[in-house]
Design a protein around this ligand. Structure first.
Ligand code: NAD
Length: 250
């Protein structure tokens, strides 16, 4: 249940604790129809991420992994930003959020209007040739034959980070800089167990940030890391927070 008193207190803190940044995970896109990894519903109950989301699995049998990727890509192509993505974009526009650091590959923050988005795990918006590195914007036509291939004959892969691969260095350094300089750090819709992204709230806290977590259930951060826990769906909590911020600046 969303606690309105805590939302109001967080709005108060957000106005004074600048700059602020947000780390988001799969949970923020659930209300856009994209299932998270660790839920009962959807893709991941049928496709074990260990078997379908590792770089070893992709290299071993790209056609098999592409069956899952195709379903995921089709979901991503159809998905639209929800009120949580829109509220974060508006907080940035109003000057109360300097960046969004996302573990998601769905591009929904950008489509909602967020300008500074750091993608830690790449983007499902494009495919890249494993041979010549040519990049192709995602389109349903590319997914007609699996695995999709480049005109050069190489197999295409999504430009995302599979389990077992390092994060893009530039994105992670930018995320570290944001976490270290933030005075308030949101952690939204992430189970905070996938490293190194999960280290960012710990770093932000060590550097003095107020940690505000928004999730439907308690995570590992509840024990001693989060200063505020806003329980509820991101699509409900964030618009309420935005309303509270607007009330204070109007
Ligand atoms: P996760 O699946 O481990 O955890 C999702 C979290 O979101 C859970 O803690 C859950 O309680 C919470 N949640 C679910 N619905 C919510 C809602 N409506 N509002 C607020 N919280 C909600 O996701 P993760 O921590 O991001 O880590 C899994 C990895 O999966 C990430 O690396 C990410 O790249 C990848 N992934 C991305 C997408 C996407 O791009 N949309 C989808 C699935 C998985």
């Amino acid at each position: 249940m969303v606690n309105n008193d805590i939302i109001s207190e967080v709005a108060e803190r957000l106005l004074e604790a600048q700059p602020a940044s947000a780390l988001t995970g799969a949970g923020i896109s659930v209300e856009s129809g994209i299932p998270p990894f660790r839920g009962r519903e959807g893709l991941w109950s049928r496709y074990d991420p260990e078997e379908y989301a590792t770089i070893e699995a992709f290299n071993r049998d790209p056609a098999k992994v592409w069956q899952m990727l195709k379903e995921m890509m089709e979901l991503l192509i159809r998905a639209k930003p929800n009120p949580a993505h829109l509220a974060l974009a508006e907080l940035e526009r109003l000057g109360f959020l300097s960046s969004v650091i996302t573990q998601n590959i769905d591009g929904l923050h950008q489509r909602a209007g967020s300008k500074k988005v750091i993608e830690l795990h790449g983007s499902g918006d494009r495919l890249i040739c494993t041979e010549c590195r040519k990049v192709f914007p995602i389109s349903p036509d590319l997914l007609l034959t699996l695995p999709p291939r480049c005109p050069c004959g190489g197999i295409l892969r999504p430009d995302v980070v599979f389990f077992g691969e390092p994060l893009p260095e530039e994105a992670f350094s930018a995320a570290l800089a944001e976490a270290s300089s933030s005075r308030l750090f949101f952690v939204i819709g992430t189970s905070a167990v996938v490293y190194p992204a999960a280290s960012l709230p710990l770093i932000a806290k060590r550097e003095g940030a107020v940690i505000v977590e928004i999730n439907q259930e308690q995570t590992v951060l509840a024990a001693g890391i989060s200063h505020y826990f806003l329980e509820g769906s991101a699509g409900v909590v964030l618009p309420k927070l935005l309303l509270e911020v607007r009330r204070r600046i109007s």
